[in-house]
Design a protein around this ligand. Structure first.
Ligand code: NAD
Length: 477
């Protein structure tokens, strides 16, 4: 990738911005390109274009709209290697995972397209004679999709596909850390015959462009994925317009390991879940509660597996398990949290230091034993390759500790006891629970969080209908 200048995509045209932001490779500091810090006037243009296009778009049949999603999926597949390279360079993601992200994105577009012939309303019985009650599902109008940097490419589709299939138009704001893949996606969209204004991209910072969208009276849904703090800001800026929100926020996923668990499986799954994308995933094991009887064996095995993690610069080396953290702030946060935990009595089983690879934001894969419930590292999202472990006496204690969190996104439990697994499902208060496997959702599921992890959800039938409103019609006759 050369140092290119990228342009916004508004109303089917590429639009230059005078003010630009620089994008760097977090693994080695190389400048990758300059992207728009969009002026307010372009935010207005993008929302107005999406508004103008929406009625015509909604008037098409769902199967016609699905056809465009399939065209875009095919373009993504045809450009998969190039797109994966961009994701690796700007996000520091290892090549294999970047490929998975691109393929999953194409599959997701196709999956949502399949819903075209499955969208349903309802016919209800009435208390009145000779009356039919129809519950119809309608598009909301204009969606603003505000994206994070950790799965930047997939999240375009997670917002765009359900929005477009149900008759909405969309304005996407990529993260300022990883916008180039979104501009590459826009170029592919521009090669299709998708009507102008249906899909728009405007880049820039959260406080300016993100706020401009979430506070805009012409936006009918803000679909946001990112941190709890930003989610709260978006709620405040959307409040004056009573704009509908879909918020996918942070997580602090507990992994419970019971004494009867298949320890090899638990270790493999938890380490994979902590190392993937360098621990920067909302749904991956962020804290472990292990039963006392197997705690020493488990900690030894996890420490060995984490220590064997291969890390470095994924844009130079393909056979790595993880790359760098996204930026200096992310690295500083992880380093500070580990220092604080060690100061509070946590023991380093492996890692625990910034990794000096000459350049980039690298941190050693780290396991901390002896953690306690009130430590920051057991309560706040780390978003790095650090696994804190607390020993518990039984399942009841583990569930109570797991639930005692401001987050409620995903959770996992490792056991061979069906009753224990079912009890955990009943009592654990999280949007997702994984039994005997690593944390990763399916596109036909429903990805949603309890407590501060969000409002609403994504994927599957329930995620699709988040992009609709209902209209009830009473018909006498
Ligand atoms: P972030 O909240 O810092 O930024 C996300 C997006 O919000 C960016 O595009 C940013 O520019 C924008 N933004 C920032 N301030 C804004 C404002 N005032 N108004 C409008 N937009 C604003 O999050 P991040 O660092 O990019 O992503 C990491 C976070 O995302 C983690 O907390 C992670 O758990 C979460 N996440 C959640 C899910 C999920 O599905 N629940 C998925 C991925 C990431």
């Amino acid at each position: 990738m050369t140092d290119s200048v990228y342009q916004n995509f508004i109303d089917n045209a590429f639009v230059a911005s005078e003010s630009l932001l620089e994008v760097y490779n977090p693994a080695n500091g190389q400048l990758l390109g300059r992207v728009p810090e969009s002026p307010a006037e372009q935010v207005e243009r993008a929302v107005a274009a999406a508004r103008r296009a929406q009625k015509g778009w909604a008037a098409k049949t769902a199967i016609e709209r699905a056809g465009y999603l399939r065209q875009i999926a095919a373009k993504v597949r045809a450009n998969a290697d190039r797109l994966a390279r961009i994701i690796t360079q700007e996000g520091g993601k290892v090549p294999g995972l970047a490929q998975v992200e691109v393929n999953f994105t194409a599959d997701y577009l196709d999956y949502m397209a399949e819903w075209a012939r499955r969208l349903e309303g309802e016919v209800l019985t009435s208390d009145r004679a000779n009356e039919h009650i129809f519950l119809m599902r309608k598009p909301l109008g204009v969606v603003a999709g505000i994206l994070p940097w950790n799965f930047p490419f997939f999240l375009i589709a997670r917002k765009m596909a359900p929005a477009l299939l149900t008759g909405n138009t969309i304005v996407i704001k990529p993260s300022e850390e990883t916008p180039i893949n979104c501009y590459a996606f826009a170029k592919l969209v521009a090669e299709t015959d998708l009507p102008a204004g249906v899909f728009n991209v405007i880049g820039g910072k959260g406080a300016s462009v993100g706020h401009g969208l979430s506070s805009h009276a012409g936006v009918d849904l803000v679909s946001f994925t990112g941190s709890v703090a930003t989610g709260a800001r978006i709620m405040a800026s959307a409040a004056p317009n009573i704009t509908k929100l879909n918020l996918e926020l942070g997580g602090k996923a507990p992994a419970i390991v019971l004494a009867d668990a298949d320890l090899e499986l638990a270790v493999k799954a938890i380490v994979a879940s902590r190392v993937i994308n360098t621990g920067q995933v909302c749904n991956c094991a962020e804290r472990v509660y292990v039963e006392r009887k197997v705690a020493d064996a488990f900690i030894d095995k996890v420490a060995q597996a984490m220590a064997a993690t291969r890390y470095g610069d994924p844009s130079q080396q393909a056979d790595l398990d993880m790359g760098p953290l996204i930026n200096q702030a992310g690295l500083d946060k992880v380093a500070q949290m580990v220092r604080t935990a060690i100061g509070q009595g946590a023991q380093r089983a492996t890692g625990g230091q910034v990794a000096d690879l000459g350049a980039g934001f690298h941190y050693q894969p780290t396991v901390l034993a002896g953690c306690k419930a009130d430590m920051e590292i057991m309560r706040k999202e780390i978003f790095g390759p650090v696994l804190p472990i607390q020993v518990v006496d039984d399942l009841d204690e583990a569930i109570a500790l797991a639930n005692d969190s401001e987050y409620g996104l995903t959770s996992s439990i490792y056991t061979r006891d069906l009753n224990a697994a079912l009890k955990a499902c009943r009592e654990i208060d999280f949007g997702e629970t994984y039994i005997n496997r690593e944390n990763f959702e399916a596109m036909q599921g429903f990805h949603a969080g309890a407590r501060k992890s969000g409002i609403g959800g994504a994927d599957g039938k329930h995620g699709l209908y988040e992009y609709t409103r209902t209209q009830v019609v009473y018909i006498q006759g």
